[in-house]
Design a protein. Structure first.
Length: 239
């Protein structure tokens, strides 16, 4: 494992220099954690939720087996996440979400479906990427329906922007893939432009990709499709 991209634990801002204010891709939403979600956090959290640390993740030790590692950013309530982990039992899934009810909801699904190949980090995925995942450590990245941040003054919060895509590409091993999906056409166009401009990545399709079989149509997506909304998948690979 190449840990050269992991900054030392004691990395500090020089004296007198204010911490740059990070522009985050999320806001902490209010939202009630249900009794069932809270119970799942209490009973299954210790086994499936990892602490955030400024140190490289030892994935084989964490999952109890060596297997291809896929990072998911922003799993929401975990409906697609659990489905994909079930249909791809030979892969390990490291899943980031900041919203507590979502963490509880995914843990509930893990318990109900007896899944063993998911670990959760309730933390900003950008920091996880920077501090826990060395270069060439990932076989895949899933970013499904990231917040579109519709207003132009909020576009800076969008996840798919050149600096983050460059970091994601560097964490993929050669041959690893980045799969994004969105139902907001202007964001799909931004994704196509930004991913297409990243030198380490190449598009597996001419532009948008057919939906890979492993990604399910979630309740949210089905509702959108019924209303006549489009969905765009993008699948790029590291050369
Ligand atoms: C619009 S929701 C989509 C959820 C899910 N992927 C789906 O398809 O239903 C986007 C989610 O990404 C999460 N998110 C946004 N930025 C994140 C980040 N930097 N780290 C972890 N989660 C993030 C938000 O909390 C939110 O739950």
């Amino acid at each position: 494992m190449n840990a050269s991209s992991i900054p030392p634990d004691n990395a500090q801002t020089p004296p007198g220099v204010a911490h740059p204010k990070a522009i985050r891709s999320f806001v902490k939403r209010a939202g009630r954690t249900t009794t069932g979600q809270a119970k799942a956090i209490e009973t299954l959290g210790p086994q499936f939720v990892l602490p955030y640390r400024k140190a490289a993740l030892d994935a084989p030790a964490t999952f109890g087996r060596p297997a291809p590692l896929v990072l998911e950013i922003g799993f929401g309530m975990g409906e697609a996440t659990a489905h994909i982990a079930r249909v791809r039992p030979d892969d390990n899934f490291l899943c980031c979400e900041v919203h507590e009810p979502g963490v509880g909801a995914l843990l509930k699904r893990i318990g109900e479906q007896g899944l063993t190949n998911i670990r959760i980090l309730q933390h900003d995925a950008v920091e996880v990427l920077d501090h826990m995942l060395p270069e060439s450590s990932l076989d895949g990245v899933h970013i499904f329906f990231p917040d579109p941040w519709h207003k132009s003054r909020h576009h800076k919060r969008r996840l798919i922007q050149p600096p983050l895509v460059a970091r994601l590409a560097s964490r993929l091993r050669p041959g690893g893939y980045l799969h994004c999906a969105t139902d907001w056409q202007p964001y799909a166009e931004q994704m196509l432009q930004v991913l297409g401009a990243e030198p380490l990545l190449h598009n597996t399709a001419t532009d948008y990709a057919p939906k890979p079989d492993y990604r399910p149509l979630t309740k949210f997506e089905n509702r959108g499709l019924r209303l006549g909304h489009g969905v765009w998948d993008l699948v790029f690979r590291r050369a």
